[in-house]
Design a protein around this ligand. Structure first.
Ligand code: CO
Length: 219
């Protein structure tokens, strides 16, 4: 056990030194303030680390992660991070980042019983059921799962856009845009699902158009 912690501390010292070798004042400057432009809401999956995927340094992206990157209207944790990001840090872009091959989405899709987490994943099952007819029309199970991973991202962008925090920010004219992205574990590439939201006008029709595009491009 302590060997593992020793290993982590050693890794940390090496990393800290490598950053200081590039910029000796890096940590001193960063300790004074954080001014990230981006807020990332992603999956807790260990293979989807925000900073590394974006190639950004500490201080450049504010992060909230949970299983299957879900935005729930009663989740005080997510809402608190969102409110701080929007009202205090004044981030300009909020990225909801799903990923293909998401274990949470897969468990939700297949009704796998995993325990307490089933209740959390019920939100993803709601997304599945909302688009059930179109999902079931896809023959390939891998493609079905890919579509649900994408649909889950669009749904969470919609949920975000309906929060009081976003309504208030847009009502006072704050420049902040929501984006839905999806990440490929197999190639390390992020894809834009092309549903940027910078206002709460016509949200539902905008969302429906994005869903239509998704099924159209999937063929
Ligand atoms: Co995941």
């Amino acid at each position: 056990m302590s060997n593992h912690i020793d290993f982590l501390l050693k890794q940390n010292r090496l990393w800290s030194q490598s950053v200081k070798d590039r910029d000796n004042n890096f940590f001193r400057n960063l300790a004074a303030q954080q001014t990230p432009k981006y807020f990332w809401i992603g999956c807790a999956d260990s293979r989807v680390p925000a900073n590394e995927i974006l190639g950004l340094l500490p201080g450049e992206v504010f992060v909230h992660r949970n299983v299957a990157n879900v935005v729930v209207h009663t989740d005080l944790n997510c809402l608190s991070v969102l409110q701080y990001a929007v009202d205090v840090l004044r981030v300009q872009h909020i990225l909801v980042v799903g990923h293909y091959g998401c274990g949470g989405v897969k468990a939700a899709f297949q009704n796998t019983r995993l325990g307490l987490i089933d209740n959390w994943l019920r939100h993803v099952q709601d997304v599945r059921d909302k688009h059930r007819t179109r999902l079931m029309a896809i023959a390939d199970p891998d493609q079905q799962l890919n579509r649900l991973c994408e649909l889950n991202v669009l749904e969470q962008v919609l949920n975000l856009s309906e929060t009081t925090i976003m309504h208030d920010a847009w009502a006072r004219g704050q420049d902040v845009t929501l984006h839905g992205l999806i990440y490929g574990l197999e190639d390390g590439i992020l894809h834009d699902l092309n549903m940027p939201v910078a206002t709460d006008n016509e949200l539902l029709s905008y969302y429906e158009a994005a869903v239509d595009r998704l099924f159209a491009s999937a063929g």
